[in-house]
Design a protein around this ligand. Sequence first.
Ligand code: PPE
Length: 310
Amino acid sequence: MESKYIWMDGELVPFEKATVHFLSPTIHYGFGAFEGARCYNTANGPAAFRLPEHLERFVDSAQILGIQDFPYTVDELRDAVHETIQANELGACYIRPALYMTGPLGLNMDAYKTSVGIAVWEWGAYLGEEALEKGVRMAVSSLTRLHPNSFMTKAKAAGNYVNSIMAKTMAHRFGFDDAIMLDPEGYVAEGSGMNIFVVRDEVIYTPPRTTILEGITRDSVITLARDLGYTVVEERLVRDQLYIADEVFVSGTAAEVVAVSEIDTRKIGTGKMGPVTRYIQQAFFQTVRGEGQRSVEWLDYVRVMAPTII
Ligand code: PPE
């Protein structure tokens, strides 16, 4: 995760100096939010995938949390991301904006001040290079995904990830690659850090937006699948629908598009990446590399900025 500089409130700070005070309320209470986007290498140079949409979701996270002093516009953040990628001399990389609080501890956010940082680093295949071809083995978690009236599922709030971390780690310790979370009513919600899709008889199903993070990769997959002529249905799914699916796959910025070969010790379909997943994975990678029909619409080519290194 190392890089040369991290952007912090308008300045590019050398990596080792990019620290936050121990008394930040974000450390004590998990009150903060983050975003995750990716930049890919294309024939026309590095380009960030759907960057404005990611930054809009970042601003929305602040809005959902009730933060009233969020200091930047989407355009300012976009410039900052470009500047940070440039300063770090990176091509393909992961982009991690985060907002965190300074100010007195205590549970009234109106006493805090909001700060924003942006880190970028080279981050390879999140679930492993092999997973992109072979798929991953997942387990339904015994932990319930967030109740929409206690944690807000549309915000990428830092504290929401306590639930994800516990679920993913448990799955790992039990020998699986990742966890599938059910919502408070028992319906399939999402993975610890990715959305989920089911393929049955060539129709693609995915849980509705209500209790999940509205993944930008999820939206891209739905759009690409429809472009390819598939029917995509957003409806509630139960866990046994996963077991009898022809194919299951997950999507996320970090995870990209990855097949699920096994769930709760049941082999899914043939136990290998299915044809629909492969087709969509190919369309996704073509798009992010600048070779798809949607590439122009979705790629934000990194611009040269005048850096403000301190
Ligand atoms: N659900 C959750 C809970 C989630 O965290 C992510 C992204 C998604 C769905 C997919 O959303 P999108 O990236 O917009 O397609 N998870 C981020 C964090 C991963 C991490 O380990 O950190 C990501 O993929 O960047």
